[in-house]
Ligand binder design. Sequence first.
Ligand code: DLZ
Length: 294
Amino acid sequence: MIKGMTLVREVASADALDKFSRLMLALGFEQGKGWQDETSRGVALLSPLGNLELMTGRAPAVPPILIEVLGLDAVHAAVEKWMLSNYPGEAGDLLSKPELTHWNSRLFTVRLKDDAGEGLELGFWQSENPLHGKPAAIEGDLSAAGMRVAIVTARWNAVITDRLLQGALDALYRSGVAKPDVEIVRVPGAWEVPSAARTLAESKKFDAIVTLACLIRGETAHYEAIYNEVARGIGQSQQDTGIPHAFGVLTCETLEQALDRAGIKAGNKGFEAAIAAIEMVSIQQKLREQGDKK
Ligand code: DLZ
């Protein structure tokens, strides 16, 4: 199994090596295991993706070390700041501006000069193609046209759960679910959510179930016991039926915290749960299609 690639490149001096590693660490590179012995010293830097490119023909005019980034302008600003403090008066000559390349990217270069005037040239680049370098992954779509969804919502703490419900409906309708394809089931409290969710899932009439409830520690006797059972029951229904169940059960210390998570300050967890349900339905469809092809 291939694990990664290592390119070993000699640098002109210890000074250039130090400058290089300090700049890379300042930009957020993870430090790998370097080495030091009587004859040499090495610095290792790890990046999330590696890419070895060999070529023939017209060589792109680029430095031998290229670092692919997201947010090239922000990286340029960070490198410029670093250069201004490490090469006062010279940064303008050593650092280029980002420019378009003939290979559908933007690039800037930086020269890390050492005391002897030698050093190391690096290039930072970003592809104009937003999908470039993305690891291949199966991801769900958020288009929900034709999807049938059941929402189970608890009446207990209705001031919160009604807001969660509004958030969930907003997400479903905006993603293309038709109103007649949404069934809303109200149950007394969080405790009753799993059994209703399971009945709906077993009916095979729905592609996904969204569960909504709110438990407030300070106001809920046996808070831990109820919460554990609700979470277990919803999870088990999902596992046993294979129908995605989104978990929109709030567990909060105070009513204020619950309000924040129901649309005031920290998003609306009902909205988020509905989006997760849509995404999971789409992912399951894709996984099934992939399985059928094999
Ligand atoms: C009993 C109870 C309590 C104390 N607290 C809550 C809560 O914070 N949130 C909630 O959704 N439900 C609560 N319940 C009601 C139980 O979930 C359940 O509805 C009743 O015990 C009846 O079975």
